[in-house]
Design a protein around this ligand. Sequence first.
Ligand code: ASP
Ligand code: MG
Length: 394
Amino acid sequence: MKKPLHVLKFGGTSVGTIERIKMVAERVVQIKESGINLVVVVSAMSGETNRLMSLAKEIDAVPDARELDVLLSAGEQVSMSLLSMTLNNMGYKASSLTGGQAGIYTDNLHNDATIRNIKTDSINELLSDDQIVIVAGFQGINENGDITTLGRGGSDTTAVAIAGALQADECQIFTDVDGIYTCDPRIVGDAKKLNIIDFPNMEEMARKGAKVLHLPCVVEAKGKSIPLRVRSSFSEDSGTLVKGSECLHGVCGIAIQKDLVFIHVDKLEFDGLVKQCRLLGIQVWTVIEDTNRQGVVVKQESFDKIALVFGDKIRNSEQVSSLTCVGSKAEGIVQHSTEILSENAIEIFASTTGQQFSMLLLKLEVVERAANIIHETFIVARDLVEKQDKLAVI
Ligand code: ASP
Ligand code: MG
């Protein structure tokens, strides 16, 4: 009988030291010994991508995009070879592959490339030799053979794309938290782990800044109906299963995005600014257009790029953070959340809603306090009410 195939992905903290790489290897071997073929995708050792990035920025605030990819892709190559060596040392056949060697082809958008297709021949050849295949996350090559990277956090996307291309039986994302939470537990102590979350809600959470899974990874997994399991490398907990195409939760969680900048422009310049963002491939977080101000909100890193070409037309810029409630009923709570925050003397800069979310823009200093209040009101308290309702029915 054909052995099942699993794709596992280990994040930066999981491979952050030699000790931890050895722990990952133990886990990989345990799964391999249970009769499962494995492709293992790894991130760079924790802190490494940031370190490489700051080296580049010491030379140029906006480094050449192609060269930056050559540099950043090195981080994953360090961890893939160290893991492969560890497995070899333990007596297992393993080989590491860069994105290019693994046949991962992307478009040409350096620093934020999208995987176009994967030629699986080299991975399949190693698998048929019963090897454990280790692949560098976050990278591929374009049609010229130049190295590209997939945007920060991109290794998750590598794992899902490989799982899709190989029609793997399972894709597990090992990280330093034990699953998807209703809010970042470092900010909201009461945040709860979800055992299961549907793809539409997971996608919206990732889109609005929840960091556990890379957005393109969720989009890809959703599109190909590949269930994902997000779990901790450091425990046996079964984590969170991301599965299902129907939006089930009313308000399932709160996503926080710091490091945003509101760029104010004069009314006449607004269209030009939006166009410039599009030309530069910059994602507009949200648009603010009311009687006395207009502009766009973008991530800090994008702001630096815009400032370079549009700087003279920017009237003012302000640091902001967004707090977004996600779920099928989230749109309807914006009024209530605005009122609650005002009662707590938290100023709201602007708000927007969409089919499955309500977003508040706040000053960085207050966003964590606001997250706790909103979480308490719409997730903890609601959950209690629902539980009581259920008990009442019984
Ligand atoms: N090493 C890359 C980063 O830090 C990609 C990843 O870890 O997923 O963003
Ligand atoms: Mg990540």
